[in-house]
Ligand binder design. Structure first.
Ligand code: NAD
Length: 310
């Protein structure tokens, strides 16, 4: 491996760089490198490490003539043209599971924050207003939580929600009735059942062609009046413009989002959504804990070494 060159184009835990260097790799740490620059230099590197900012599309992959491994320090591979990389004999690795507990904890935190209007009250207090009585929340115990995507994160969210006394309805395209039963959740393959019966809905699917705008007008229309929506998966899983309309009409009681269609928001209406008193937004911090970052760094580094035959 001596002399193989690694380019890291997004901020990662230093531990990842350390492990690779210890194994003789030469690491260039260039977080935030602009696309034009990336296209110019990628040809020199054997390994590319990204998080979610860097778009690793056909052009980047084709210019990376020496590339052997593309690593996503995290979970979602939606910013990487995996198919094209594989066709060119490049291995694509990630760190599945490393951040699952952190994302699950944030999800439940956001659910409670949305149900009790933390954001609106905090903003009022910042303005020196005592807002007690202005927004009345809802209790979660005894309510139904719809978990869409019952993988690593969805399962953990469901487990914590059961601890809060919620009924959990889990939906996935893959049968997971056994894992659901383990934690006292109900499993269904029928999305409409989840949309109709849930008091709160939380999204944990990957972003794919099938899940793009999975929550659109049609889905929002089927939901209960007063539903709470939480999204810590990927912004484009929700038609966010439609969500704003349903919040404004009152059909959606509150929403909590760690991910947006554009990060940071671009359009004026997106900022309206962020500033809406019944919406709480966090800036994609699901994996931003000390523990998750360490685990992501370790798992990614060892996945790269394994892909190189170490
Ligand atoms: P996972 O692969 O363990 O689980 C995803 C589940 O979704 C799988 O069970 C899969 O069968 C299911 N699924 C796929 N397509 C579906 C569809 N069309 N309808 C219903 N279910 C479908 O993934 P995970 O680790 O649980 O991650 C879930 C999501 O969380 C991903 O979108 C990932 O990008 C996102 N994520 C966000 C953060 C953050 O910082 N907010 C951090 C890590 C992961």
């Amino acid at each position: 491996l001596d002399g193989m060159k690694v380019l890291v184009t997004d901020p990662v835990d230093k531990l990842l760089l350390g492990i690779l260097e210890k194994h003789g790799l030469q690491v260039d740490y260039r977080p935030g490198v602009p696309r034009e620059e990336l296209l110019k230099i990628i040809g020199d590197y054997d390994i590319l490490v990204v998080r979610s900012r860097t778009k690793v599309d056909r052009e980047v992959i084709d210019r990376g003539e020496k590339l052997k491994v593309i690593a996503r320090a995290g979970v979602g591979l939606d910013n990487i043209d995996v198919q094209h990389a594989i066709e060119k004999g490049i291995k694509v690795v990630n760190a599945p599971g490393a951040a699952a507990q952190s994302v699950a904890e944030l999800t439940i935190g956001l659910l409670i924050a949305a149900a009790r209007f933390f954001k609106a009250h905090i903003v009022s207090l910042e303005r020196r207003e005592w807002s007690k009585g202005r927004w009345t929340g809802v209790e979660l115990s005894g309510k139904t939580l719809g978990v869409i995507g019952f993988g690593r994160i969805g399962y953990r969210v469901a487990k914590i929600a059961r601890g809060l006394g919620m009924r959990v309805l889990a939906y996935d395209v893959v049968d997971a009735s056994d894992r659901a039963r383990e934690i006292g959740a109900e499993f269904t393959r029928d999305l409409d059942v989840v949309l109709r019966e849930s008091d709160a809905i939380t999204l944990h699917v990957p972003l794919t062609k099938e899940t793009y705008h999975l929550i659109d007008r049609d889905a929002l229309e089927k939901m209960k009046d007063g539903v709470i929506i939480v999204n810590t998966s990927r912004g484009p899983v929700i038609d966010t413009k439609a969500l704003l309309e349903y919040l404004e009409s009152g059909k959606v009681f509150a929403a909590a989002l760690d991910v947006l269609e554009h990060e940071p928001p671009k359009e004026e209406w997106e900022w309206r959504l962020v500033h809406h008193p019944r919406v709480i937004v966090t800036p994609h911090i699901g994996a931003e804990t000390r523990e998750a970052k360490r685990r992501v760094a370790e798992e990614t580094a060892y996945a790269i070494l394994e892909a190189l035959g170490m």
